[in-house]
Design a protein around this ligand. Sequence first.
Ligand SMILES: *[C@@H]1O[C@H](CO)[C@@H](O)[C@H](O)[C@H]1NC(C)=O
Ligand SMILES: *[C@@H]1O[C@H](CO)[C@@H](O)[C@H](O)[C@H]1NC(C)=O
Ligand SMILES: *[C@@H]1O[C@H](CO)[C@@H](O)[C@H](O)[C@H]1NC(C)=O
Ligand SMILES: *[C@@H]1O[C@H](CO)[C@@H](O)[C@H](O)[C@H]1NC(C)=O
Length: 362
Amino acid sequence: MHPWISLTVLICGIVHTELSTAHPVITYSNVTGSRTRVKAVLSENFPDPSVIQVDGVWFAFATSGNGRNIQIAASSDFVNHKWKLLKDLDVLPDPGPWAVNDGNIWAPDLVELVSLLCRRSIFKTHRHQDDGSFVMYYAGPHVNNTSRHCIGTASSKSILGPFAASREPFACPLYEGGAIDPAGFIDPRTGNMYVVYKVDGNSLNTGGGPCNGPGLDGYYPTPIRLQQVSKHDGITHIGEAIQLLDRGPNDGPLVEAPSIFYSEKYGLYFMTFSSNCYSTDLYDIGFAWSTELETEFNKSTHPLMTTSMGMVTGPGGADMTLDGRFALFHGTVGHDGSQPIRYMYAAEADVTGFDMVVAAIL
Ligand SMILES: *[C@@H]1O[C@H](CO)[C@@H](O)[C@H](O)[C@H]1NC(C)=O
Ligand SMILES: *[C@@H]1O[C@H](CO)[C@@H](O)[C@H](O)[C@H]1NC(C)=O
Ligand SMILES: *[C@@H]1O[C@H](CO)[C@@H](O)[C@H](O)[C@H]1NC(C)=O
Ligand SMILES: *[C@@H]1O[C@H](CO)[C@@H](O)[C@H](O)[C@H]1NC(C)=O
C-alpha cells in the first residue's frame, strides 16, 4: 500500500474496498415510461426528504410531522421498502430564537463535516465517517412574520441529534419573501462547500391561486441561490450568494427544492428542482446543468418526472446522493384538508451528456 493511502486509512477509517457494499441492491419497481404506479419506500407523511449515508446506514430527514419538528427515517439498503420512521427521536427540539417553535419546520438537509484529506476518499466510496460532526439546514417560520420562512442551521456530533440551533438565521431575505429549501453541496473539484436554497418569493404573491399566485402584479421571482460556506462549520458565509436559476413561464408560481451534484464523467454540474405548486398535481421534478458551479444554470427542455408520466402523483422535493445516482423524493397520495399527504419514494437517476433521466423508481 502506498504510504499516503495508509495514512488516509489511519485518519479516515477504511476508505476503499473493491467489494464495497455501499450501493444498494436494487429491486426495480418499474422503469420510466412504463406508466405503472409505483410503491412508496416509506408510507408516512414525509415531505421534502433529504438523504445522507453514515457508516453504511441510509438516513432520510423530512419536514415536520408525527409531532416532531424534523422527521427522521433509516434504512440499511435504501430500497426494498425497508425504510423505518424513527418516531422516538427528537432531532431538532428547538429551531433557534429567530424561529417560531410550532412544528412548522420545512425541508431539512444534512451534511457531514470531514477533513479535506478524507473528503476525496469519501467521494470515491460514498462512505462517511462518524468522527466528524453534522450540520443541518432547514427552514422555520420567522418570529416577526410567521407567514415567511427563513433558513436556519444546527449542529450535532451525532447524526441522530439532538441538533443545537445557531442563534442567527443563515439566510433571511424577508423583504424578498424569505428563504426555504436549503441543500448542502461539497464540490468534488475544489473541496469547497456551499448551500443552495430558494428565495421564497411566492409568499409575496397576492393572487388566490395555488401558492398564492398570480396576483395583479403577476408572480414574484423565486431565485435559487448558492452561498459558499466555511468547510470547517458549514455555516459561516464566504462572499455573497449568487443566483443559479429563477422561475420562468413554464414553472407556474415557482422553482424550489434545489439539489446539486457533479458528474465527473461528463464534467457537468446538475441541479434537480421542483416547479409549480406542491399542493397540486402539477408539482414536478426538473433539472438544469452547467459547466461551472458559480453561474446561471441551463434549464433542460424536458422535466425529469411529472404526474402525467403515470408513476407518482405530484413528484417533488427530490434530494440526490452525492454521486447523483440515487434520489429520494415525495409523491402525493391524498389530501388532509388543503394539505397534500406526501409519501417518500426512491429513484435511480442516470446522466448522459447534458441529459438526465430517471432510470427507475425503486
Ligand atoms: C413494469 O412495467 C411493465 C411494462 O409496462 C409491466 O409489464 C410490469 O408489470 C411492471 N412491473 C411492476 C413491478 O409494476
Ligand atoms: C423583529 O423585529 C424587531 C423590531 O423591528 C427587531 O428588533 C428584531 O430584531 C426582529 N427579530 C428578528 C429575529 O429579526
Ligand atoms: C407577513 O407576510 C405576509 C406574507 O408575505 C404579508 O402579507 C404580511 O403583510 C406580513 N406581515 C407583516 C406584519 O409584515
Ligand atoms: C448553456 O448552454 C449554452 C448553449 O449550449 C452554452 O453555450 C453555455 O455554456 C451553457 N451554460 C453553462 C453555464 O454551462
